[in-house]
Design a protein around this ligand. Sequence first.
Ligand code: ZN
Length: 297
Amino acid sequence: MTEVTAGSLPGEPAVLRPESLPGEPAVLQPIRKEYIWGTEDWMLSWLHEGLEACPLLIKIIRAREALSVQVHPDNAFAREAEHKSGKTEMWYVLDCEPGAYLYYGLKHRITEEEFRKRIRNQSILEICRRVPVKKGDVFYIPAGVLHAIGAGITVAEIQQSSDVTYRVYDYNRENARHERRELHIDKAALVTGFMPPLAGHHPMGPRVQKNGYSRTLLVQCSYFVVQLYEIEENLEGNTRESFLSLLILEGEGTFAGGGKRFRLCAGMSLWLPRGMDSFQIEGHIRMLASAPGMTET
Ligand SMILES: [Zn+2]
């Protein structure tokens, strides 16, 4: 068996889309967004020059307050209704306050009628699964699963590049002009699966120790493959199959590849284009490596 490193996952052909993406390794500057509930740093997004067509969107979300309870459509629905991609996403919990929790799917099966009624009378939280979180938890959120990040939680979010969100509950919050954000009952009712989610909130794969580093498969789905790398000394990887996004979570080190050298530190986002035969990372580093999945998005 061939050695598997960042960027070369067995049986994972790259997304085949026109390669208008940047052709050289690059450090991406975070783009800060402020909301009533907290902040988002967009680490890899369509707002970054040259990445408008990138199928992945990667954010660091810091929730001072809870986010709205929401659901996203799949590709088929989003294309038809919104002329956009659907949105499957995942969260990797970077930090949280003691007692923090979030909502992840339904507790049990319900009918569409009950779903609509609970949105209208604002009792939807009663049937949402409330899950306590801790650092390192992983949540896989396919399109159709109701969810909400809770207060005091920081996550890295990796998702299909899309902004289609249907909100079903927003804690009766108002903005400075006393306006409430719109709820989308009909569309949410059409895309929500009224069953509890099948996935748990743990990495999908085991932690695999290698020479100089370990890796853990967090989520592998049609749209993205996300691995956690814990580098103790060094890692050699390639991007023969697909582009790669590296999000440095902790530690320091150096990156060399594609004719570039970067000093790495926590909070950095690196873009590695498809087609690099080799890159090296040295140092003591925890990072997320995200690659596109098999399905064109
Ligand atoms: Zn969401």
